[in-house]
Design a protein around this ligand. Sequence first.
Ligand code: NAG
Ligand code: NAG
Ligand code: NAG
Ligand code: NAG
Length: 411
Amino acid sequence: MKILSKILPLLLLFITSSFFSSQAQVGASNQESFTSIIISQTGLDFVKDLLITKAISSIIPLALPKIERAVKIPILGNVRMVLSNITIYNIDVLSSYVKPGDTGVVFVASGTTCNLSANWFYEYTTWLLPIQISDHGIASVQVEGMQVGLTLGLETQEGTLKLSLVDCGCYVKDISIKLDGGASWLYQGMINAFEEQIVSAVENAITKKLKEGISKLDSLLQSLPKEIPVDDHASLNITFVDNPLLTSSSIEFDINGLFTARKKASIPNYYNSNLQPPVFCSDQSKMLGISLDEAVLNSASALYYDAEFMQWTVDKVPDQSLLNTAGWRFIIPQLYRKYPNDDMNLNISLSSPPVIRVAEDNIDATVHADLIIDVLESGEVIPVACISLAFILNITILCYFGTGYSWLMFS
Ligand SMILES: *[C@@H]1O[C@H](CO)[C@@H](O)[C@H](O)[C@H]1NC(C)=O
Ligand SMILES: *[C@@H]1O[C@H](CO)[C@@H](O)[C@H](O)[C@H]1NC(C)=O
Ligand SMILES: *[C@@H]1O[C@H](CO)[C@@H](O)[C@H](O)[C@H]1NC(C)=O
Ligand SMILES: *[C@@H]1O[C@H](CO)[C@@H](O)[C@H](O)[C@H]1NC(C)=O
């Protein structure tokens, strides 16, 4: 049981969170990828909704440049009209979708509406009166049926994921402008004057913001570390290898995925890097699939073995008399005669790293251990017997991903 309790946290840590879906296989083209992360359509939809919410909250309030026009009106002559302090303060996305394709990942948001507020102002001089006439008020603008689309290119560059904007566009179908305050007789003239310019101002501003957003997201990805520390001993190598693989309903990322020692420069290469089909459950409704090559588990096992993690001493057992030579007096009289009434302990150490084999729905772990029986005599530890043990653990994996749990069964 002790061995179980030492090894299982490791296995559980890396496995329970990982056995999800995968419609795809481990990317076999690259030798250095031991873990594949597959984001399914459900996962992409989740990411898309998250990105849209995040994008909207980072965009608004969005200030648009001032619009100024001179409009010739019969009798009055030239009227200077200004729309200033134009602000998009609300964006609603009616429907949206995301689809991986040949050129990249396509995002489309349609039926989008925006609410804008602005200040209007006009002035003119006329030969009828010797003074300049001006007026001002506020305007509320409603943009309807806006369609926003972008195609995101994904590639791996020097071990990190690089995003690029392949294509980006924003198209406004309808706009309604409502003016308040001032003299209403000039309203229609102003609405006609501003309509087209507000449309292109909104289209340009949204497109510009999207470009900025993607390049920010890209720098964020570039700044991510290539290794994640797991604990004092180990870190996980999350270097991207190979370009992401886009299918019509998923994106697969291949990462190195091996555990490496944090303190030492390298660890002994106990594991075999033979790629074989990963463990997977076939439920399509999951968002994320992670396929681990058994080399990942073996790299963890080799590393922790190397860190002398897998060695411990037993000096307390339920029947404490068994850990005294007196308890063995009648069974091994020689032991009692040589070391009368001395305490004993059991020193269990793994003689080689556990070897882990991953099959479709179970994991075999073979553990070789040495059990050394020590006698403690006047402060000295004297080994008196050594027993070699081999355990074979068979772990059956059942996936219940809908509830967020994975169950492991032991036999
Ligand atoms: C991490 O993985 C990459 C790609 O496989 C490899 O080039 C790099 O040496 C690895 N880093 C460490 C510290 O092992
Ligand atoms: C500009 O618009 C914002 C929000 O719509 C408003 O709070 C602010 O008072 C306006 N500024 C001017 C100078 O009208
Ligand atoms: C945006 O404008 C629409 C139509 O005028 C209105 O129904 C909606 O409440 C407005 N939203 C906000 C947040 O002001
Ligand atoms: C246990 O055994 C290992 C291997 O034989 C040895 O290196 C270690 O010092 C022993 N530990 C104790 C506490 O006896």
